[in-house]
Design a protein around this ligand. Structure first.
Ligand code: ADP
Length: 327
């Protein structure tokens, strides 16, 4: 497999600050690589190193060349804060940026790729945040790049705009474009990336497919049972062989697979213990992030299913939770 991007022992210092500290990374042709990490971890510096906009110690290769020697036609870049002239239409902007390259993709084709055929003739400033960012992605595509760098492509975009941009990026990835993406959205990275790298303090501390990272660092699935009788419930569950921990108004049961939920509920029913609701969740990239950085992201959470019994614990509720959990 040919490597589109290679960084070998890349270090970048700004005075006392070490922005990148011996980073080794390789991204294969056609791969989508997601870069995550807290603010200040070095994500933008790594993108800048790979795009040749900052000099670094160590070695950087883009399609076997130094980034500054790569044919500009082969690379596309969407920086974090990019704002084109606002009183031009999407069509005019894509035409304009296309004119900067010897050969450019057809403007209408790009407009339809990024889903802007209908709004091509509206001024940029009148478009929604999501549409504006799609224009910017369109601009990054004018030279039909083989390698695309996207720094926070969907930040500030509403959920619908974000989803539609995700399908644009999935289409590009399916077409073989190599994509290096930085993002604060774990959902975005988990959905789009073939592999993910987590940067912390300038070091790449974990690299793998989302599933590998979740298996290695995400912890197990858990069942949270809201109940005022948490001590008694924890004891009943422990007697039934579950790893249950009592909290003030809930019991947390670790490593429960969906098919075990029924047994947990049976254990509570047998001890005549009512509960308010039960929530089953499996770990996501968010848990990996939390585990490796000690920080959490707002607005993101584990995939979960909640079941609330109408009166108290019943067999029906248990079945519903189990079925939801299997989805
Ligand atoms: P991220 O994109 O992950 O938020 P950055 O790559 O922007 O991180 O920054 C990594 C570290 O390098 C931070 O400590 C940041 O303050 C520092 N840094 C980045 N760019 C510069 C610069 N031009 N001058 C001085 N320090 C910088």
């Amino acid at each position: 497999m040919h490597e589109a991007l290679v960084a070998t022992d890349v270090t970048k210092r700004y005075g006392e600050t070490v922005a990148l500290d011996g980073v080794d990374l390789s991204v294969a042709d056609g791969e989508v690589f997601g870069l995550i990490g807290p603010n200040g971890a070095g994500k933008t510096t790594l993108v800048r190193a790979l795009t040749g906009t900052t000099a670094v110690d160590g070695e950087v290769r883009v399609q076997d060349r130094h980034p500054t020697d790569v044919d500009a036609d082969r690379v596309g870049l969407l920086p974090q804060s990019f704002s084109p002239p606002t009183r031009l239409t999407a069509r005019e902007l894509i035409d304009y940026y296309g004119g900067l390259y010897e050969t450019a993709r057809d403007t209408d084709e790009i407009l339809s790729t990024v889903g802007l055929a209908e709004t091509a003739d509206s001024w940029y400033e009148t478009l929604s945040g999501g549409q504006q960012r799609r224009v910017c992605v369109g601009i990054a595509l004018v030279n039909d790049p083989d390698v695309l760098f996207l720094d926070e492509p969907t930040t500030g975009i509403d959920p619908a705009g974000r989803r539609s941009l995700w399908s644009v990026l999935e289409t590009l990835a399916d077409g073989g474009t190599t994509i290096l993406l930085t993002s604060h959205s774990m959902a975005e990275v988990q959905r789009l990336s073939d592999r993910v790298g987590l940067l912390r303090d300038g070091q790449l501390v974990a690299v793998g497919t989302p599933d590998e990272l979740i298996a290695d660092h995400g912890g197990g699935s858990r069942l949270v049972i809201d109940t005022d009788a948490s001590e008694a419930a924890a004891d009943a569950l422990a007697d039934a062989g579950f790893a249950a921990t009592a909290e003030p108004t809930a019991v947390v049961v670790d490593n429960v697979s969906p098919v075990d939920i029924g047994d947990a509920v049976d254990a509570l029913s047998a001890a005549d213990l009512p509960y308010e609701s039960l929530t089953w969740s499996e770990p996501t990239l968010e848990d990996v992030y939390l585990q490796l950085t000690g920080e959490s992201f707002e607005g993101a959470g584990s995939r979960s299913a909640t079941a609330t019994p109408a009166v108290d614990s019943t067999a029906e509720t248990d079945t519903a939770a189990t079925q939801e959990g299997r989805q």
